[in-house]
Design a protein around this ligand. Structure first.
Ligand code: ADP
Ligand code: MG
Length: 693
């Protein structure tokens, strides 16, 4: 349970004075629904409101803060004229200009003959210096209320900067003093303030440099966030690995038999990955390892070898795929190979019902079925294994990080291998998985040809159709991918259906359609018809992104390619490029392209190296968005910017190692403060694992 001291920060924003439903909605859109989200909403700049020497020193086009004597008021003669107030000091004169002003109000705040501090942008108008609608007008005796550097916050429609600043100020009043969780030496060395001080400093910048990412308060808050991330991952992992794992040490007899039945030899990186996984499984602690490799790098065989090794030792092994289509495809690939070694492979998805399902469940419970492939249905209630020792999760970024780590925490002593198709830059790997072991497939199997990749503007649609016609006549098959339209499955579908109807009118019944809203059986039927039936051109929404393998597919058309992220484009392109005939990828785009979209398309034309593409993706988009945060469950950071605070991540990882070595249950004084840190960043799950020890 969240400590009481944090309650005020986790109250809804509507708990702040003056926040009604409409304002709450705007705040939620901008920062979040809770008070703490306002604390995390840091200024992006400052306005220098230090008092300017005198009127003569003020520069047109700049903000000036001037101490002036108020002179004559000149109300407008017609409604279109402004209200003018003439002011001055020893060096010159300044006209304050107000449109649609109320004279009584202005006489009150700018009484004739008084001294006032006014601040705002100064302009030169017909040789006289003027300030239109000053941001600030105060009595110099109350100049305390004027911050020398006013924070400027990112805004959203329906929210005025003054209101936001006021609300952030009242959120700041709720910030408690928290016991220090950082190592004293690190804090001193870096010159970091305490937590509450850091939050206050970040929102009350002492100068222009105070809003830069390297300012001590900003650094400290970024480090807090990264430390919470690394600590949470380490705790969840430690929980998952708790208790000794089983020793799964096979001689590789079954694997050798199965591999002999394959029509190809393993690549060097496949061999290396297999050896790393085998060593990990043979060790007495639990395995949690990532197998990363580009699309088509041959991860499936690697996983199968490990599964067979488990079976050889008398254990069961399971492979979980993110979609029904993929589960079936994996099964179709794996089963014949495993059967060559005399090992049957079962298939279990949410769609299997009745007698067939009952038989599979019985086989899994008795151990008669050593290997199984399925969807998440595999890990639902009612599915019992006799002795599941090894699980492969082919996640392709579809499962959230917590989900996948929880899964590994669920089984008793199951070794887990997570397969991912998009190479993950080291930085992201660390934030998504913590300090996790990884095997990488860096070479591609022989026989993959470079894909001829072109970016084509949408107005050259007819040329694309003509080229497609030639390739189809030549015996090739093709994918046509329609993008997600503004995140709505509805319009997404409509776009794909329209395109499908058009292409069918051109190419006839050889055109098929597959989208995410179709029932599983229907998807399979279409996939089947594309892989080995009459369908030669498959129109699809991005459901095909995940791992579908059709070796005859030689053309990939991606519509509105400018809307896709690099990783996604790369994944999609990976569907073509096998076999002896050349493949092509056509990136259809609608001009004008943003600079960023242009860069993405250029990188796609230049490179097919997934690791390079992943790094470029990180550079172009910033860490939070790479891989599509929402789908991937990749953590997003509010305070840390991985491109700017990269070194802090390594510090946090090392820090966590030391912390957990010294105080694995977080029971020391610092340990208790660290628990608060976890709650502060809503890593409650990690604390739960700590308790349930
Ligand atoms: P992914 O890593 O994308 O899951 P797959 O495991 O589906 O890749 O492999 C892609 C294709 O390459 C499959 O058809 C597979 O049979 C083939 N393949 C895998 N390893 C090799 C190899 N060493 N030599 C030749 N073909 C291979
Ligand atoms: Mg795969």
């Amino acid at each position: 349970m969240r400590p009481e001291i944090l309650f005020p920060l986790f109250a809804p924003v509507s708990a702040l004075p003056g926040v009604g439903p409409k304002l709450a909605e705007a705040l939620e859109r901008l920062a979040g629904a809770k008070v703490i989200d306002l604390l995390w909403h840091l200024p992006s700049g400052v306005i220098d409101r230090r008092v300017t020497h005198n009127i003569a020193a003020a520069r047109a086009g700049r903000v000036a803060t001037l101490l002036v004597r108020v002179g004559r008021h000149q109300p407008p003669l017609t409604p279109r004229q402004p209200y003018r107030v003439f002011c001055g000091d020893d060096s010159g004169s300044l006209v304050l200009v107000f449109f649609h002003a109320r004279g009584d109000y202005l006489s009150r705040v700018l009484p004739l003959g008084s001294e006032r501090l006014v601040s705002g942008t100064v302009d030169l108008f017909a040789d006289s210096l003027q300030m239109t609608h000053p941001d600030v007008i105060v009595d110099p005796r109350q100049s305390d209320s004027l911050e020398p550097f006013e924070p400027v916050y990112p805004l959203t429609a329906g929210l005025n900067p003054r209101t936001l600043a006021k609300l952030i100020a009242s959120a700041l009043q709720r910030a408690p003093d928290l016991a220090e969780w950082h190592d004293a030496a690190l804090k001193t060395q870096r010159g970091w303030p305490a937590w509450r001080e850091a939050v206050l400093e970040a929102h009350h910048p002492a100068d222009a440099a105070a809003v830069l990412p390297e300012a001590p308060a900003r650094m400290r808050l970024a480090y807090d966030e990264l430390l919470a991330n690394q600590l949470a991952l380490a705790l969840i992992r430690a929980h998952g690995r708790r208790g000794s794992g089983r020793v799964i040490e096979s001689e590789g007899r079954l694997a050798r038999k199965a591999l002999a039945a394959l029509g190809f030899r393993l690549t060097g990186s496949q061999e290396r990955a297999i050896a790393e996984i085998a060593a990990d499984m043979a060790a007495p602690r639990r395995m949690l390892r990532l197998l990363q490799g580009d699309v088509g790098s041959g991860k499936t065989v690697v996983a199968l070898v490990a599964m067979l090794n488990a079976a050889e030792c008398g254990f069961q092994a399971a492979m979980m795929a993110p979609t029904e289509v993929l589960a079936r495809q994996h099964h179709a690939t794996i089963a014949p190979i495993a059967e060559a070694a005399g090992v049957p492979v079962a298939l279990l998805t949410g769609r299997d019902k009745g007698q067939a399902r009952a038989e599979i469940l019985a086989g899994l419970a008795s151990g008669a079925l050593p290997l199984v492939v399925g969807t998440h249905a595999l890990f639902q209630e009612g599915v019992a294994f006799k002795d599941l020792a090894f699980a492969v999760i082919d996640e392709q970024h579809r499962f959230g990080v917590h989900q996948r780590l929880e899964l590994s925490a669920k089984g008793q002593v199951t070794d887990v291998l997570v397969m991912t198709a998009t190479p993950i830059p080291r930085t992201l790997m660390l934030t998504a998985y913590g300090d996790m072991e990884a095997s990488s497939l860096t070479e591609k199997p022989p026989g993959r040809r470079p894909v001829d990749t072109r970016a084509v503007p949408a107005e050259r649609f007819d040329e694309v159709i003509a080229a497609l016609r030639r390739r189809l006549a030549d015996g090739a098959k093709a994918f046509w991918v329609c993008p997600l339209v503004e995140d709505s499955a509805q319009s997404d579908l409509a776009a794909a259906e329209t395109r499908f109807a058009e292409l069918r009118a051109i190419f006839g019944p050889a055109v098929g359609l597959m989208h995410g809203r179709m029932k599983g059986e229907d998807k399979d039927r279409v996939m089947q018809a594309f892989a080995s039936g009459p369908v030669r051109l498959l129109v699809a929404t991005t459901v095909i992104e995940v791992g579908v393998d059709v070796p005859d597919a030689k053309v990939m058309v991606i519509e509105h390619a400018e809307r896709f992220g690099l990783a996604q484009l790369h994944q999609l392109r990976g569907r073509v490029g096998r076999g002896d005939k050349p493949s092509a990828c056509i990136l259809l785009y609608s001009p004008p392209l943003s600079a960023n979209a242009r860069a993405r398309l250029a990188i796609m034309r230049e490179s097919e190296d997934g690791f390079r593409i992943a790094e470029e993706d990180l550079r172009l988009r910033g860490a939070g968005e790479v891989l599509g945060t929402r789908q991937s469950g990749m953590p997003t950071f509010r305070l840390a910017d991985l491109t700017l605070h990269r070194d802090l991540l390594d510090v946090a990882r090392d820090d966590v190692r030391l912390i957990l070595a010294a105080d694995p249950a977080l029971e020391s004084e610092r340990g208790r403060a660290l628990r608060t840190l976890l709650y502060l960043f809503e890593r409650d799950l990690a604390v739960k694992y700590l308790r349930s020890g």
